[in-house]
Design a protein around this ligand. Sequence first.
Ligand SMILES: Nc1nc2c(ncn2[C@@H]2O[C@H](COP(=O)(O)OP(=O)(O)O)[C@@H](O)[C@H]2O)c(=O)[nH]1
Ligand SMILES: [Mg+2]
Length: 314
Amino acid sequence: MKQKKGLFGFLSKTRQSLTNSLGGLFSRVGPLDEAVYEELEDHLILADFGVHTAREIVQHLKQLAKRERIDGISGLSACLEASLLDILSGTDEDGNGELAKKPQVILMVGVNGVGKTTTLAKLANYHKRQGCSVMMAAGDTYRAAAVEQLQAWGQRLDVPVIAQSTGSDAAAVAFDAMNSAHAKNIDYLLIDSAGRQHTQGDLMDQLQKMKRVIGKMDETAPHQVLITVDATNGQNVLSQVEHFQNILPLTGICVAKLDGTAKGGMIVALANRFKLPVRFIGVGEGIDDLVKFSAKEFAAALVPDMDTAESLQA
Ligand SMILES: Nc1nc2c(ncn2[C@@H]2O[C@H](COP(=O)(O)OP(=O)(O)O)[C@@H](O)[C@H]2O)c(=O)[nH]1
Ligand SMILES: [Mg+2]
């Protein structure tokens, strides 16, 4: 039986839905023929892998089965896991590397309510626990109470927060924060931003201005531009990522709210479409509910094997 660790438990809803649909197919005896491939594709689409990615996975799987001379349904589970891993490979790279530049500046972007600020605070906690010094900047000057929300996290974590009042210029907050982080020799500067719909041109302009101001003080910054998406939005996150990617180049994705959703397949669609690393997964509202993404664990957790099917039914 597969070990229940890491991402495994947090993907329980997605696994359950996949096991319900795929379990029947996997336990069948027979040849790996076109009808089986079609059925598999349908199941993947229903599990939020998206039409395009589901098709690519099945194409990939077909080639793999041919190459490995696997012609029975009994080999399907292993082939699917290998195909997923191939598609996800490289997507769990560590964007940090060494702290080449201090401060390492991370700008968090994304639409409203997806979990940006919470994820930023979780990241602050994550880096602090690794013994690094951290500072946060309240770059959401748009939404009322957004500054207070980040300040409250800062207090709880004992992490300094650079902020101005709601309505002030977010680029000015970023400027202040860059100065302060440099002066205090901070390892990680995490900058929040206002949740915007991609249709809000002015807010998108503001994001570019923030990036310009940060870049003026350190031409290599921001070192990471992370987009947070809400896993419960399923396939809709694809258009969100695409719009932001057109405004400013993203370096990675954080997927919040994976707890309690069966839409985990969307991570494969995201990775496949944008070839961006999936950095972290949010699995709850608490400060420690953040898991580093691992393609290997993810692929292993998603594909039901017979042991898993039994254990889920138990
Ligand atoms: N269940 C769950 N809730 C989350 C997660 N991340 C954020 N939230 C909740 O989602 C809501 C919006 O989060 P917030 O960080 O303010 O989103 P923002 O508008 O993008 O900054 C809050 O109630 C958070 O507690 C997560 O991983 N799991
Ligand atoms: Mg926020």
